[in-house]
Ligand binder design. Structure first.
Ligand SMILES: *[C@@H]1O[C@H](CO)[C@@H](O)[C@H](O)[C@H]1NC(C)=O
Length: 451
């Protein structure tokens, strides 16, 4: 049974309107007022009350795998959310890209329509990792993604992640889509699948930068993949002509871990910051001082744990000062405790400010992507059960693509994974205590000093 009961709101003298409970609610003031959009941290630890959540898509009997959600917003309150979808399993040939359009109505409710299938994929290979990008100047909605192809198939999944990076655009006026075309081939870099997962950015120079990575995961299972000789690394594509042609830069690696699912943001001083998923328990960061051409060696952010899962990064603007925001799983093993942290020093120190959803054993809350809208940070992510033989979980509708809105005017300090983790190593304990002290000092400043 679907719980689509109605919430009724009286919002003008004479009319009562009912909206589905399955929508996300915004405070009109936070969308409009230019004076009060201030990053404000207050209250007790783990207040968490200023986060509202809803579904963009819930599993149906036909679609029982959705992942890698992406979000983009127009200034007028229209939101686009896209994700990869399959009937059952990741990487099957029928894996397509679906998207749903949401509109914010004048009662402050954001509701999404029925998902549509994006006009991508040749029907041969799986498509992966949609990236949406609004080009306000030319009134296009761009969709970047990757597409599996060729003879390299057949492993634990039908297709391994990635392939050619593809692009197409929708005309926002007519709603018509262009044809999809390859912008960076599987054959480049001695042959290796390329994957995208995080937003493209328009730099202060006007260039566009699209983070992507080269991935060998699962290739060794299949003899047909041996011709693909390229190495795992992360990089960016850069475009000088607003998305039509692209050049690859950067082959960022680390001896101890893969660096994948990279996300980028540009700081006010022009530095470009990139963060990564890793398999060594922490989010890693690299920086570029030449707009993405070269990157310094990546290092761990010891305040941000990572359970080998995607994070996202965004520059958040406010009246008083901007901040760098990260959305991440605050855990080293489990894809739970989905939190937002802010940094006022370009990612060197972090303060946890909101918990999107804490989760529970056996549930994955993961792959967040975010966009700022007014004084809100709007985050989409996947919720599904870990692989299980449990009938009720396999058939549960409490799975799909979630959306949450965080009111940046009312943030609360949040607990850290490190506060309750049972790390035994005394050296690491000491380092963490130092980090905690710094974070506490910083939080005091952020709360009371406002600078
Ligand atoms: C916002 O603008 C887009 C593109 O012009 C249009 O398709 C959409 O309907 C508009 N949304 C609202 C809520 O007016």
């Amino acid at each position: 049974m679907r719980r689509n009961f109605c919430i009724c709101a009286l919002f003008s003298a004479s009319s009562i309107t009912c909206v589905l409970a399955q929508s996300l609610f915004f405070d009109e003031k936070a969308l409009r007022s230019e004076t009060s959009c201030r990053l404000h941290i207050e209250g007790d630890v783990d207040g968490g009350k200023e986060v509202s959540r809803s579904w963009v898509f819930q599993y149906t009997s036909r679609i029982r795998y959705t992942h890698m959600a992406m979000i983009a917003a127009l200034d007028n309150g229209t939101f686009f959310v896209a994700w990869q979808a399959a009937s059952r399993t990741e990487g099957s040939s029928e894996q397509d890209i679906q998207y749903s359009v949401g509109n914010l109505n004048f009662a402050g409710a954001l509701q999404f329509g029925e998902p549509k299938r994006a006009p991508v994929g040749s029907g041969e290979g799986a498509v992966w990792g949609p990236v949406l990008h609004v080009d306000h100047h030319n009134a296009y909605l761009w969709l970047f993604y990757s597409e599996s192809r060729g003879s390299c198939k057949g492993s634990v999944m039908e297709w391994a992640p990635g392939g050619d990076i593809m692009a197409l655009q929708m005309d926002l006026m007519s709603g018509a889509w262009s044809k999809a075309r390859a912008i960076y081939s599987l054959q480049e870099d001695r042959g290796i699948p390329k994957v995208t997962a995080n937003q493209a950015l328009v730099l202060s120079t006007g260039e566009w930068i699209l983070p992507f990575w080269r991935e060998r995961a699962l290739l060794s299972f299949s003899p047909a993949c041996r011709e693909l000789d390229g190495d795992t690394s992360a990089g960016v594509l850069i475009s000088y002509d607003e998305g039509f042609t692209w050049e690859a830069h950067g082959e960022i690696t680390h001896p101890e871990s893969w660096l994948i699912e990279n996300a980028v943001s540009e700081m006010p001083n022009g530095e470009v910051v990139m963060v990564f998923r890793t398999e060594v328990g922490f989010v890693y960061v690299s920086r570029s001082h030449d707009k993405g051409r070269t990157w310094v060696p990546a290092v761990a952010i010891s305040q941000l744990p990572n359970p080998n899962s995607k994070v996202d990064l965004a520059w958040v603007t406010s009246d008083d000062r901007g901040a760098l925001a990260v959305v991440f799983n605050d855990h080293q093993e489990a894809r739970r405790d989905l939190r937002v942290a802010l940094s006022w020093d370009a990612g060197r120190t972090w303060t946890r400010v909101a918990t999107i959803e804490a989760g529970e054993e056996g549930v994955h809350l993961h792959y967040p992507t975010m966009v700022q809208y007014g004084c809100y940070l709007v985050v989409v992510y996947s919720r599904f059960y870990a692989r299980t033989r449990h009938w009720a979980r396999e058939h549960s509708k409490e799975q799909g693509i979630r959306i949450a809105a965080i009111d940046l005017r009312h943030l609360s300090p949040q607990p850290s994974y490190f506060d309750h983790s049972a790390l035994q190593d005394p050296e690491q304990q000491e380092e963490l205590q130092q980090i905690r002290n710094q974070a506490d000092a910083f939080l005091q400043l952020a709360t009371f000093g406002q600078h």
